[in-house]
Ligand binder design. Structure first.
Ligand SMILES: Nc1ncnc2c1ncn2[C@@H]1O[C@H](COP(=O)(O)OP(=O)(O)OP(=O)(O)O)[C@@H](O)[C@H]1O
Length: 359
């Protein structure tokens, strides 16, 4: 396994005229040996480009990639010793499940007893032990993809295992079980795993560190809890969460107080910023209903009440903006059309200037 450092940028066009020509803007990232990472972001943000640069399928147009401090920018995928799992199964239909799992080890001339032991262990982890002698051709798509996962994980000596949306073909129920299983496998095998997905639940369940990407940039790297509690960019606040963070335009006025339009919200202690416009961010989970008598609360009209299993999701309008609130499942919800009051300023409220976290 290896510590992988990326100090690079990548453009697919020869003449770079603006930032828009970069698939990856200049970045400096380290994947530590043995870590579980997710690259998370919407379509086109550069996830696959980064993965292909790590594997060696794409050579970065600028900068370098190092494995354990050694420049490997021009090394082939084989020389980098990377295992990859793709969106769709890559297996041999003519072989049995066991032979498929053993293939990457046989290729490397690993002794037969070591192969048996490792294949047995991986098969057990992925619940494939009962199917080892079965021909792969007759299996369903998700069983085949489990074999692909197993082939990716079977070699203990790889620099890293890269996953590109590996659960796409897996049915939703099994998907839930498999992403938990992958996390457990990571802890047991200690491999460096880098996992590309546009699905935040997948990223947050699997990874210790999530890199949130947007438009060729890593906007934040952190633990799932960091990304939820302290999004460093409004994009992360909005992208992570279901629904995402509520974002409202506010102003710090000359008196140091925070205003939403003509409503004074108060003077948050933690915030000492020069006057000017800000974006206030608060997650639906942290926004409760307040009494209209409390200073700094704002009135809002309830537009929607939805029961979503473990909680209720309220849609309310504050002036012309839609705001979401999670209420406990057993709370008495207000009626649609009712006017409620919100305390927007609290310990979980975050503040952004030019989209970057400032408090
Ligand atoms: N081979 C290529 N040639 C030219 N442009 C490319 C190529 N591959 C990707 N791009 C462009 O680079 C940008 C990043 O694409 P990339 O596939 O890395 O994003 P992604 O986040 O993986 O998206 P998706 O989830 O849709 O696969 C996009 O604007 C894409 O159009």
């Amino acid at each position: 396994m290896a510590r992988i450092e990326l100090q690079l940028a990548h453009s697919y066009v020869h003449t770079v005229r603006s930032d828009a020509d970069y698939a990856l803007l200049p970045l400096d990232i380290t994947f530590e040996d043995g870590g579980a990472y997710a690259l998370l972001g919407p379509s086109g943000c550069g996830k696959t480009t980064m993965l292909n640069i790590i594997s060696g399928l794409v050579t970065p147009s600028h900068g370098a990639i190092r494995f354990d401090g050694v420049d490997r920018t021009r090394a082939t995928p084989q020389e980098r010793n990377i295992a990859q799992v793709f969106q769709f199964p890559v297996i041999y239909d003519t072989m049995t499940v066991g032979e498929n799992l053993a293939f990457p080890l046989r290729n490397r001339k690993v002794p037969a007893d070591r192969i048996r032991e490792r294949v047995g262990r991986i098969a057990e982890m992925l619940d494939l032990s009962g199917q080892l002698d079965q021909r792969a051709a007759n299996l369903a798509a998700d069983a085949k993809q489990k074999i692909s996962l197993g082939r990716g994980l079977v070699r203990p000596d790889v620099s890293a295992v890269l996953f590109d949306e590996p659960l796409t073909v897996i049915d939703p129920h099994l998907k839930w079980a498999l992403r938990r299983k992958l996390k457990q496998i990571h802890h047991e095998l200690g491999l460096t795993l880098i996992y590309v997905t546009h699905d935040q639940v997948e990223a947050m369940t699997f990874a210790d560190q999530v890199l949130v990407m947007a438009r060729g940039r890593v906007v934040q790297q952190g633990t799932p809890a960091d990304l939820f509690e302290r999004p460093r960019h409004t994009f992360v606040g909005h992208f992570i969460g279901s629904p995402g963070m509520n974002l409202l335009p506010v102003d710090v006025r000359a008196d140091g107080a925070l205003w939403l339009g003509e409503r004074r919200l108060g003077q948050p202690e933690a915030l000492s910023l020069p006057a000017g416009p800000l974006t206030l961010g608060i997650r639906p989970e942290y926004l409760g209903l307040a009494s209209g008598d409390d200073a700094g609360t704002v009135p809002a009209t309830v537009t929607q009440v939805r029961h979503i299993g473990t909680s209720q999701l309220l849609g309310v309008r504050v002036d012309d903006r839609e705001v979401k609130i999670h209420l406990p499942a057993d709370a008495e919800p207000p009626a649609e059309g009712e006017v409620v009051h919100l305390a927007l300023v609290g310990p979980h409220t975050r503040y952004y200037r030019n989209e970057e976290l400032v408090g």
